[in-house]
Ligand binder design. Structure first.
Ligand SMILES: *Cc1c(COP(=O)(O)O)cnc(C)c1O
Length: 461
């Protein structure tokens, strides 16, 4: 399988290069040149597989011959051995509504499903092909800890994660800073999340710096993250008896960067009978407005009770545009140029009709989020995390849609407490977190300060 850029400026590369490249060198996102087309007998066979075996089947065509099958099996097995549920992503029936629980990994949020695997793939490719990788990223919460747990203790990899000092939740901060492996470097920046992100961007766009320090990213534009997330759509369909009935299954997906819901779109394009795909957003509703009007225009960023979705530029959206525009990279570039010049872009009526065939969308505000947590708790004694609650509320008119449960509620106990007057008990992975030793350095919010800290760390090692 070869990969090309949504902007058409990258010569086709193989799986390993696509993984290591992250963002395309032309600024576009990498997509497979073609997608596998699955027939109903294949889907029926897959519907009976355990999660790990299914993951190997779904991913093998995308990996191609670059990783031998026995090695792929080993990577997948090791990646999901860290999950506390034997089904990895179990489907839960809660008073008639189905939740696909994606939070049984080491950091109790769905990003583990992809990042546990990506960390192992990085390690495997570096061991085979040589070289080293220094991952640099900024986090406002969930991504940082999932990335750290994905690569902790791995050979040839260092990870530097910036978080805004005192501005991530205590649990999230502890999840990062209690990881004491030598290759994990937490940096508390004296500033905001935007400052941290600005620093990371500055260091990546300094190409000398990027090359000298072998910088790599783990944000949701990496193809492997999307690929690993398609697996649980197939898995949920199988658990619902899809293999026997062939029935279509809808999903409601709490969305920020458009990664998770794009994975569902991809599963459908490969032939999985996916019914409605609901884009569930909080008050940061750029995607909902797009589905309603065909205009994609950045708005103000609001802080909400579902902070992992407080995003106004959905970085994976460009991948969807590429398919919406029938893989015409010139048309993608034209729309992006329009966005750049005018601060907005618009698709024509014909395309908009297709968008609405592909997706439903709904924005849910904080009041609606709290009401949903309260209602589900009252009905079934089941506590939703605020992101999952957005997904459930957005699907109110579609009781058959599977809601993706993206985080364990104990990670967001402030919102939970506000809704139901009690906290969710922590899963084993969050036990005793507040009593563990921590390691973190505090640095001024400047790119130069972070660069020189990286330099010292890497040269003294
Ligand atoms: C990251 C995250 C999301 C949003 O996922 P995207 O792939 O960015 O759309 C939703 N819920 C939780 C808990 C998250 O951590």
């Amino acid at each position: 399988m070869k990969y090309v850029s949504t902007r058409g400026g990258v010569d086709a590369v193989g799986f390993a290069d696509a993984v290591m490249m992250g963002l395309g060198t032309d600024g576009g996102l990498l997509v497979p040149e073609t997608l596998p087309e699955l027939d109903s007998s294949t889907l029926r066979e897959w519907s009976r597989l355990r999660f790990q075996d299914l993951a190997v089947e779904v991913m093998a065509p995308f990996v191609g011959d670059e990783i031998p099958r026995s090695d792929l099996i080993d990577l997948v097995e090791r990646s999901y051995a860290t999950f506390s549920d034997p089904q990895v992503t179990p489907l839960r029936d809660v008073a008639g509504r189905r939740y696909l629980e994606l939070f049984h990994g080491p950091t109790a949020a769905f990003k583990d499903v992809a990042l546990q695997f990506l960390g192992n793939v990085f390690e495997y490719l570096l061991a085979r092909d040589g070289g080293q990788l220094n991952i640099l990223g900024a986090t406002s919460g969930d991504t940082g800890s999932a990335a750290i747990y994905g690569v902790r203790g791995k050979a040839r990899i260092n990870i530097f994660i910036l978080h805004p000092k005192g501005r991530v939740s205590p649990v999230q901060e502890r999840q990062m800073t209690t990881v004491l492996d030598d290759n994990v470097h937490n940096i508390a920046v004296r500033g905001t999340f935007d400052d941290a992100q600005r620093i990371v961007k500055a260091l990546f766009s300094d190409l000398d710096c990027k090359r000298a320090y072998h910088l790599g990213a783990v944000n949701s534009i990496n193809w492997v993250r999307i690929l690993a997330q398609t697996v649980y759509y197939f898995y949920a369909w199988g658990r619902l008896g899809g293999g026997d009935t062939g029935r279509r299954v809808g999903f409601s997906v709490p969305t920020g960067n458009f990664g998770d819901v794009f994975a569902g779109f991809l599963a459908r394009r490969m032939g999985l009978p996916v019914d409605r795909l609901i884009i569930a957003t909080n008050r940061n509703d750029i995607l909902t407005r797009f589905v309603e009007t065909g205009v994609y225009e950045k708005g103000e960023v609001y802080h909400t009770l579902s902070p992992a979705m407080d995003i106004q530029v959905a970085s994976n959206f460009e991948r969807y545009l590429y398919y919406l525009l029938d893989e015409d990279t010139q048309a993608v570039r034209a729309l992006l140029a329009q966005l750049e010049a005018e601060g907005r872009m618009r698709v024509d009526a014909g395309r908009l009709a297709r968008v609405r065939e592909d997706f439903d969308a709904r924005a849910v505000d904080d009041a609606g989020t709290l009401a949903q947590i309260r209602e589900t708790y009252a009905a079934a004694n089941y506590i939703l995390c605020p992101h999952t609650a957005v997904g459930a509320a957005a699907a109110a008119e579609h009781p058959d849609a599977v809601v993706l449960a993206t985080a364990h509620p104990a990670k967001f106990n402030e919102a939970v407490h506000e809704a139901i007057g009690r906290e969710a008990p922590p899963p084993p992975s969050l036990h005793g977190l507040m009593d563990l030793p921590t390691r973190c350095v505090e640095i001024d919010a400047s790119a130069e300060a972070v660069r020189s800290h990286m330099h010292e760390t890497l040269t003294s090692a």
